[in-house]
Design a protein around this ligand. Structure first.
Ligand code: SF4
Length: 408
């Protein structure tokens, strides 16, 4: 996230990426499908003079349609799917069905994943094999969506709007080609063609002369456009953990989580390291940890290596406070004040609190995709499309202090 802002060529690649997307939008033979990450909707408005944390979800959808995107999906949908896959994996680790170590660590932040690959490769087995929501949605756009809507996957151009510069690296990882492998066609590649940051989207909207403030509120397209309250809080530190706890409770007990689990306050707020214990009937107290900022992650990883890791599940995000202030987000001041961080977080929690559906496992489109396409969490097809692996990059790294920032 903010870790990659050093990049001197960043401005050039940003311009190239915008141009690639404009080119695809101008091609009548290409179906351009876009997904928007949870945190984009509470950041974009500031580029158009709105107060910090304003939720512009509906206007963002309208702006994307005006720009010419054919289908507008929500990454909140695959945030929910990540919870189903990652939650199932966690239960399998805890019961011993899967011989992978606990604590299980989240893998949705590419800055964090790369950090583990470089500096803590011995902890790679602790990373969840679940792909990030962006990469799940990408793989499904060129398979599930293409099949359902009878669109030639070779003619789909898949774009993500992300709060994050590290997502540009993630989509280029060679293993992020699941649709191509599934369909046995090298022309269907990669799963996500271009990642644009929230700021780049703002630039496109301005370049197209769209009056953002006066846009109507529009809805996402169906099939992969419905997200729950659990999905949207992925955009702030602790959100993935809250979402996971709600569905882990359901997966283990078969019961809906009690209301107390809908506001897991110990994992909210801007502290770099947070802990909580959650009581799940039949299992007892499950300890969890939430970390944001790589300096904090380093401390906790060293603690883990020393054998002191009492947790079952850990959420780690590279950016302090999580994706809400990722390197691709608009920001009035740098670094942002805690007040501004809390405003953006409050906006996400507000969307969750008001949502009709607050649990990932209650999302009707999630139920539909398992019934029609994936069969069950961690089925063979789910493994192929929604899970990945990691590689040690320890040997690639020459530890010179001055080089540190060039990687993150
Ligand atoms: Fe990207 Fe979010 Fe990770 Fe920051 S915390 S690097 S914005 S995924």
């Amino acid at each position: 996230g903010q870790c990659i802002q050093w990049c001197p060529s960043g401005a050039i690649s940003e311009r190239d990426d915008i141009n690639k997307v404009f080119k695809a939008l101008a091609d009548p033979n290409v179906t351009v499908v876009v997904q928007t990450a949870p945190a984009t909707r509470i950041g974009l408005g500031e580029e158009f003079g709105m107060p910090v944390g304003t939720n512009v979800q509906g206007k963002q959808v309208a702006a994307l349609r005006k720009l010419g995107f054919d289908v507008v999906f929500d990454t909140n949908f695959t945030a929910d799917l990540t919870i189903m896959e990652e939650g199932t994996e966690l239960v399998k680790r805890v019961t011993g069905e899967l011989h992978h170590p606990i604590p299980q660590m989240t893998s949705c932040c590419p800055g964090w994943v790369k950090f583990v690959e470089y500096f803590y490769p011995e902890l790679i087995p602790n990373l969840s094999s679940a792909k990030s929501p962006q990469q799940m949605e990408g793989a499904l756009i060129k398979t599930y969506f293409a099949e359902k809507k009878e669109v030639d996957p070779k003619k789909i151009f898949s774009v993500s709007i992300m709060p994050c510069t590290a997502k540009k690296f993630e989509c280029q990882r060679p293993e992020m080609n699941s649709a191509s492998k599934e369909l046995n066609d090298s022309n269907v590649s990669p799963d996500v063609d271009v990642v644009l940051t929230t700021r780049e989207l703002a630039r496109m909207i301005k370049r197209a002369g769209i009056d953002f403030a006066s846009l109507p509120e529009e809805e996402y397209d169906k099939l992969m456009g419905t997200g729950t309250g659990a999905g949207v809080i992925f955009g702030t530190t602790g959100g993935v953990m809250e979402a996971a706890v709600r569905s882990a409770y359901f997966l283990i007990t078969g019961q809906q989580p009690p209301a107390a689990l809908w506001n897991l306050t110990p994992v909210r707020g801007m502290q770099g390291v947070k802990e909580a214990a959650v009581n799940i009937p039949g299992v007892g107290d499950v300890k969890v940890a939430v970390i944001s900022g790589l300096a904090n992650a380093r401390k906790v990883m060293d603690q883990m290596k020393a054998g002191n890791a009492p947790w079952a599940f850990m959420e780690i995000m590279a950016c302090p406070g999580g994706c809400e202030y990722g390197g691709g987000q608009p920001r009035a001041s740098s670094p942002p004040s805690d007040e501004d961080r809390n405003r953006r977080a409050a906006s996400l929690y507000n969307i969750d609190a008001k949502a009709k559906l607050r649990n990932s496992h209650d999302n009707p489109e999630i139920k539909q995709i398992y019934a029609d396409f994936l069969t069950a969490p961690m089925s063979e097809k789910a493994e192929e499309l929604l899970h990945t692996h990691y590689v040690s990059r320890a040997d690639d790294f020459i530890p010179k202090k001055s080089e540190d920032k060039k990687i993150f």
